[in-house]
Design a protein around this ligand. Structure first.
Ligand code: GLU
Length: 469
């Protein structure tokens, strides 16, 4: 049997963390078993679905690298097929027209509540379906009234639902459009899905769907309902908790593999291992190891994982992602040293790519403004002499390499009888605008002699200008 899984988002917003986790688990399960992963856009709710949201979902999937083998399928393009199945259910007596008016349904529920019963459709149109003049009927599925439905769920275990608890659900609205529970079953069936992996907010729909599968004479897929995700504060994860859209994690400087690694641990574990490469996830993941109970989001852990990936990935890989962030800062990374070389210098010291980009601008753009505090301390009349001295020494360097640069800084400090910091810090402020950077010698080597000397010259001029004011 080939394993076939799917991710079936409704395009009513961006791809959020919960959806991405569902997509990841479905994807992993298919990859682990050499199966297929399908993307299906459930866009039948015409009022709430938008094209922007479809784009946002596709963009999120691409950024995360969750490539699908089939799709994206769009439910709105499959209305004829749903109609066909609804007709079949009507013909075989498993569905019926219901002419109850809104008022009638309202009165029914009112009565049930008054009798302290659970409000549910009482099936009054099941047998007597006399058309009512001027009323477009809806269509209901004839749910079995007796017995129970056993949902085989790899995560939750077997869950039994009594049919007496389920009423005859609407499968087509008065305008003929199919409803969620019908379209999901038709698609899961037509797309030959073996495993339905989704959030546990859908668990209550499952027995209804199982009954429709059975009425269609189909095999029921295996289900895996994933526990919900809570925020740091224990409440259900929502926009309130900050960045919930997958793309906002890119914007905030996370690497996609860091987010995936973080997501895989939301509800799944393998011993106490926290870090997983994608290959490890594929090998080790199993639905049977998914927790039954809710998972909690922990921003600190995500940052820690991101930092790990920034430290340990190849500079070339990080550079590909960093390049986008440089663009966001209006920096063209082709106008200076190779970006991967900048990454190699910076990767030990950045938690996010946003931080790395912000701390790397001086490799590509002249410093426009010195940090006030840094300048006050380091760009003074006294240090301008040191800068002049170093300008001369560096300009005379036959080879622009970190080692001789370092040697000259040291020599200058010895000659002038000051600590090395007194020489290095003014240069650092001159070339970076601030007091923090990777080791100065390597920074200057990468920056190149021309840029370094020009920056030192500008700082000397700046000091003079300040002195005149
Ligand atoms: N479209 C549904 C949603 O976005 C998911 C349906 C399913 O996975 O069965 O919540």
């Amino acid at each position: 049997m080939t394993i076939r899984t799917r991710f079936a988002p409704s395009p009513t917003g961006y791809l959020h963390v919960g959806g991405a986790r569902t997509a990841l688990f479905s994807w992993l399960y298919a990859r682990k078993h050499g199966g297929q992963f399908i993307l299906r856009i459930e866009d039948t709710d015409l009022e709430r679905s938008t094209a922007e949201s479809v784009d946002a979902i596709l963009e999120g999937m691409t950024w995360l690298g969750l490539e699908y083998d089939e799709g994206p399928f769009y439910q709105t393009r499959r209305f004829d097929r749903y109609k066909e199945v609804i007709t079949k259910l009507l013909e075989q007596g498993d569905a019926y027209h219901c002419y109850c008016s809104k008022q009638e349904l309202e009165d029914m529920r009112e009565q049930q509540r008054a009798n302290k019963n659970k409000p549910r459709y009482d099936g009054r149109c099941r047998h007597a379906t006399t058309p009512k003049e001027g009323v477009e009927p809806i269509i209901r599925f004839k749910n079995p009234t007796e017995g129970s439905v056993l949902v085989r769920d790899v995560v939750k275990g077997n869950v039994e639902f009594q049919n007496s608890e389920l009423d005859d659900l609407v499968i087509a609205r008065a305008d003929g459009s199919p409803t969620y529970n019908l379209t999901v079953v038709v698609d899961d069936l037509d797309m030959a899905l073996t495993h339905v992996i989704r959030g546990d907010d859908h668990l209550n729909n499952t027995p209804r769907q199982v009954n429709i599968f059975k009425a269609l004479g189909a095999d029921v897929p295996v289900f895996g309902h994933l526990p919900m995700i809570l925020g740091d504060d224990g409440a259900r994860l929502s926009k309130r908790h900050g960045a919930v859209s997958v793309m906002s994690y890119r914007d905030e400087g996370y690497l996609p593999e860091a987010l995936l690694n973080y997501l895989v641990r939301l509800g799944w574990s393998h011993g106490d291992q926290e870090l997983f490469t994608i290959d490890e996830m594929i090998t080790l993941f199993d639905l049977t190891d998914v927790n039954k109970s809710a998972a909690a989001f922990n921003t600190d852990k995500l940052i820690w994982i991101n930092q790990h990936y920034i430290k340990t990935s190849t500079p070339e890989h990080i550079a590909r992602h960093l390049s986008w962030h440089m663009g966001q800062l209006d920096i063209d990374p082709t106008t200076g040293p190779e970006l991967s070389k900048v990454v190699a210098l910076q990767q030990e010291r950045a938690k996010t790519l946003v931080e790395m980009a912000a701390n790397s601008h001086y490799f590509y753009k002249d410093v426009e403004e010195y940090d006030a505090k840094a300048a006050k301390k380091n760009l003074t009349v006294v240090t301008s002499h040191i800068l002049e001295d170093m300008y001369g020494r560096l300009a005379a360097l036959p080879e622009w390499l970190a080692e001789p640069i370092h040697a000259h800084i040291k020599e200058c400090s010895l000659d002038r009888g000051v600590g090395m910091g007194k020489v290095a810090q003014p240069i650092r402020v001159a070339v970076t605008g601030n007091t923090i950077s990777p080791p100065l010698d390597s920074t200057l080597e990468l920056l190149g002699s021309e840029r370094t000397l020009a920056a030192i010259r500008s700082a000397i001029v700046w000091i003079k200008d300040q002195d005149l004011d």
